[in-house]
Design a protein around this ligand. Sequence first.
Ligand code: MN
Length: 730
Amino acid sequence: METFDAHYQSMRATTLKCMPGADMELIDRAVEYANAKHQHQKRKDGSPYIIHPLAVAEIVAEMGLDIDAILGALLHDCIEDTDASHDEIEKLFGTTVAELVEGVTKLTRANFETSEQAQMENLRKMFMAMSKDIRVVLIKIADRLHNMRTMQYQTPEKQVKKCRETMDIYAPLAHRLGMQKIKWELEDTSLRYLNPSEYNEIMAYLSAHQEQDEAFMRTIQNKITERLESVGIHGKVYGRIKHVYSIYRKMQSQGKSLDELYDLYAFRCIVDTIPDCYNVLGHVHDLFNLVPGRFKDYISTPKPNMYQSLHTTVIGKQGIPFEVQIRTWEMHETAEYGIAAHWKYKQGTGSGSEKDFEWVRRLLESQQDSDADEYIQSLKIDMFDDEVFVFTPKGRIVSLPAGSTPIDFAYAIHSGVGNSMVGAKVNNRITNIDATLKNGDIVEILTSKAAKGPSRDWLNICKSNQARTKIKQWFKREKREENVIHGRSSFESEMKRVGLPLSITIDPEVGPQLLKKLSFASWEDMYAAIGYGGLTALKAVGRIRDDINKALKVQANEKMQQSPLRLNPDSDGGKSNRHAVNGVIVEDIDSCMIKFAKCCTPVPGDAIVGFITKGFGVSIHRCDCPNAAGRDHPVQAARWVRVRWANQEEQPFETTLELDCITRDGLLLDVATTMTTAHVRVKELFGKDLPGGKSIFTVKFEVKNAAELDAIRNKLLNIRDVVGSKRGQN
Ligand code: MN
């Protein structure tokens, strides 16, 4: 069993070593206080509880944190586990210490039961965003590290649960904060409980090869050291085996066994200056063969967690590849202790010579506001300034974009909650639904079945895309008619604003092209989209503006070109001797190109009307063609012209009939026979089977006029199993 005394002495010694000027009397008072509070509690192994806070305080001292952090570590479980209060600790040890303890207590109480990956990520961020003081997080990491070191006393279930949590939250957090050493220990210990067989296999392998490994590492170490001495570079070389978890991960990701895995060794050269780093790199590449593609310069480009080093992988005579990391002592300190390294300078009480801390000074001087607090603050802000973390009344954490409102929160919970929201409470007080949420707020949404749904203003208030999308969906679904009206008026006023004629949308040539450009099937659909907020009128008009201007220009040009063609009715005196083109006479225009519109394939006898197209003459539509429906519109009217069939000519016209049939063998032959006996010139004839025993036959043929067409249609309808017909598209 571990004793109070051993831990107490060890903690004192470490504190004195890392913090020579520390007020040991104050520390002793905290130990006494904590000991008294925890006196009736025991650790799982039966030892007195105080051993845990002592060990945590020692880890905190090793990290190089300050005296407040050590006091905080000694007292970290007092509020949670004993009758100690915030006020009492504040009175005895000051506000800062009380707040540190309070902060650690809050983190301890946070509910980590969930296994959802996303939730874990939120929690990890939560740690950072919630902690007003990063020392809270560092004490919590130290607390977890000691718990991991004493994990053997826990039940197997608890071991697995705690180790998962460590892998999910604490190891990544340590990594983020640049604390390599602690990260490795957390990972290795977790692996030991989460995957004991692999862990033991790796450990057994490493110990079986220990002598061999050490001999190898000594050889390389000596070789580099000799070279450094011979060229007069002052530095130290260390060799090590990579940590267990990283070996395990390599085996997993590369699918290799331990024997196949090379690259287990890592060497470090630590030198005085940055130019020395690059010098050493040159010598290493001179001594050994370079493995291409493995060189990384984290000195010129540090990792986000401040890590700096040169990395290279080389192969020696033995044919074993190994990694060499080259860095200065300053960089080394940062690599090992990460963010915690900054306290050493701030306190000015760290161990070692003045020179050891030169680097911190330089680092801080190179930043304009040379203050460690500010540095930490900016780090925190950089990481999380775009998010805010709030709670549901049941304690679930919800992450939202910074500046979010209760509306965003409601829709993050469920769209049903958002759509029936009538109000909100923040920290148990009724709040405006457009209030800005702060980290740690507890938000409750008040809903009612009688709620009328979201308001359009909410689209401008909410900050999250999720809320915006869900609100738009609601409008899309619930309010089509209203959306169309709303959208049309926005569209119309935007068109007016930029000086474009609204009539262009119903132009039979330009309109469909504009719709295509906008990717909508109809104008109503587009108005609806504007109405529910899926598209802004500004954007819609912007997208078609150039096209409209182009079309308007073309139309204006055509009008000018067409005017000479127009005959003056006074000088002509009649319309009877107009030239028929393709059997059609266009009134007011003597000769122009004529084409028959494919949408309605008019034949002589049909009531027809002409449309002056851009560059293709006049296209002839049946009067009942949907594309001719807009011809009374004032803007369109000028382009629609009166046309008539030239009666004297009976040229054949092509037209198409679609026959609805009940599927049967021989039907195609019957249709063909009917057409032949009627002396009709058939251009195309084909059938297509549809589901449900139906078929469609399409016949393209020549007729002289509408009367002949009707006669043929009747003959076709007389065929057994032909049940209907309609005029098709050519
Ligand atoms: Mn603890």
